[in-house]
Design a protein around this ligand. Structure first.
Ligand SMILES: Cc1cc2nc3c(=O)[nH]c(=O)nc-3n(C[C@H](O)[C@H](O)[C@H](O)COP(=O)(O)OP(=O)(O)OC[C@H]3O[C@@H](n4cnc5c(N)ncnc54)[C@H](O)[C@@H]3O)c2cc1C
Length: 455
């Protein structure tokens, strides 16, 4: 690096802030890094995730794929260096549909992913076609890209638990899941071992007199403290909007509530070796005739008979639990904590997932002791993160990680470290800067952006 900043203060110790601290101190050798949080590290949003990762992203260009490939490289590096303490697997994501009209879409997704650097697209439309299943454990797998299977026998042979109506699946290979908590802890421990100082406190003000950052003001148990800073990283997750306003910057981000359920899958609904499973079709939740009649007669519950969006997804979790996430409620909200209890969430999620995996119907919408939790997806319109400088000298943002902040954390933290140490930036850096919105061509592109790949 060309000069040694005297002090970097990182506001927020979620996985984005922890990854920035880790890269700055442990990987890039900065000596004076302070990580501030008003709560416990890694406990607000970063412990609520489904812990999954993928390099399978829609366009319009290669930037998101390159960024995630880099992040997965770094995650794999941590897995290797720790004898896979982070429990990384490579089971892949299986996107499935019962709608033959979506086959061209899946084929196109696979080809586009290939063109963007996600790995080869392979097509299987005969029973004899050579499709290689993903291993249950481990992550040292060469297979990347995706396999699109449209032969019904091949689908049944490899995915016997999917709905018999399934006509196509796309199995994205550089994907799977890990322990997000362990990933965060490995980085936090390494950051601490490299002398990153943890400070408990709420950031209540940022001194930017003279047009550059000078200090961060903290409050903790009615005591105030000022931390001098030459560089500040704002990584406040759901509170990033207010934090950026402290320096007079309005960020184009919104918050959406997202929940998930986890339950003891005592009836063996999801096989333990299954990959991440995503249903691509809109649906009506499966109800019995009797239930349907009762719901139709109940004005307050009638909405449960309506159309639910595509995208319910789930995966096995360890020896017995199953996790299901159904984002059927994507409106923008103001983040409040604790999150309000979502109405009928466990039942909706489980019934929705049982459309894809009929064995889950055995629970009749009532999983045993479901554990429901969730958090906020902070996202930009096009579902790309914001990482980089803002118009106040010395301030950087690392936010808008939507439903991909765990998988993006390593490349996000590295990118912040490269900005602050003035190292060479990767090709994808401009795609995530706030200044992209000042580009007229980018604004025009936004109007026809399409699907941002949100799950
Ligand atoms: C249901 C659900 C499922 C998800 N599934 C996945 C998945 O499968 N894969 C994936 O990669 N991602 C997933 N995500 C997304 C991922 O969890 C988030 O993108 C990520 O955790 C965001 O991390 P963060 O560090 O930006 O925010 P947070 O974890 O929220 O951390 C922000 C920190 O800033 C602190 N803070 C805020 N304001 C202040 C202040 N003024 N002063 C001091 N401290 C402050 C907070 O206390 C908090 O600790 C999921 C998210 C949800 C909700």
């Amino acid at each position: 690096m060309s000069r040694s900043p005297s002090r970097v203060v990182i506001c927020g110790a979620g996985i984005a802030g922890v990854a920035a601290a880790y890269h700055l101190a442990a990987e890039y050798g900065l000596e004076n890094v302070v990580l501030v949080d008003e709560g416990s590290p890694l406990s607000l949003t970063s412990d609520k995730s489904t812990e999954a990762y993928r390099n399978w992203w829609p366009g319009p260009d290669w930037a998101m794929t390159a960024f995630m490939n880099r992040s997965i490289d770094l995650i794999e590096g941590i897995a290797r260096a720790t004898s896979n303490r982070i429990n990384l697997n490579r089971r892949g994501y299986v996107f499935a549909t019962a709608d033959a009209g979506k086959i061209p879409f899946l084929e196109n997704m696979a080809k586009t992913a290939e063109a963007h650097g996600g790995g080869a697209a392979r097509f299987h439309d005969t029973t004899q076609s050579a499709y290689t299943p993903s291993p249950e454990r481990g992550f040292e797998v060469d297979l990347t890209g995706a396999d699109v299977i449209t032969d019904p026998h091949l689908i049944r042979r490899h995915f016997p638990y999917l709905a018999p109506e399934t006509v196509a699946v796309a199995h994205a290979r550089r994907a799977g899941w890990l322990s997000a908590q362990q990933l965060g802890m490995v980085m936090l421990e390494a950051a601490r071992a490299s002398n990153v100082r943890m400070v408990r406190g709420r950031v209540v003000g940022i001194d930017t007199s003279g047009g550059r950052v000078r200090a961060v003001h903290l409050e903790h148990q009615e005591e105030f403290q000022k931390l001098a800073a030459t560089h500040v990283v704002l990584a406040a997750g759901p509170m990033q909007t207010e934090t950026a306003r402290m320096i007079g910057v309005d960020l184009p981000i919104r918050a959406e509530r997202h929940y998930k359920i986890s339950f003891a899958d005592t009836l063996g609904g999801l096989p333990r070796n299954a990959p991440m499973l995503i249903w691509l079709d809109e649906q009506h939740l499966p109800w019995s005739e009797e239930e349907r009649a009762a719901l139709a007669a109940d004005e307050e519950a009638r909405w449960l008979l309506g159309t639910f969006p595509a995208g319910v997804h789930g995966r096995p979790d360890g020896a017995s639990a199953t996790i299901v996430l159904f984002n059927h409620h994507g409106e923008a909200v103001d983040p409040v904590f604790p999150l309000p209890e979502p109405e009928h969430y466990a039942e909706i999620a489980l019934r929705g997932m049982s459309t894809m995996v009929p064995a889950l119907k055995a629970y009749n919408g009532a999983p045993p002791r479901p554990y429901i939790d969730g958090g906020y997806y902070m996202r930009t319109r096009e579902n790309r993160p914001l990482i980089g400088p803002v118009p106040v000298e010395g301030v950087y943002i690392s936010c808008a990680f939507s439903g991909f902040g765990v998988m993006a954390s390593c490349a996000g933290g590295e990118l912040i470290a490269r900005y602050i140490t003035e190292a060479a930036l990767p090709d994808y850096a401009p795609a995530f800067r706030l200044s992209r919105y000042q580009d007229a061509a980018y604004s025009a592109l936004l109007t026809r952006w399409g699907d941002g790949g949100q799950l």
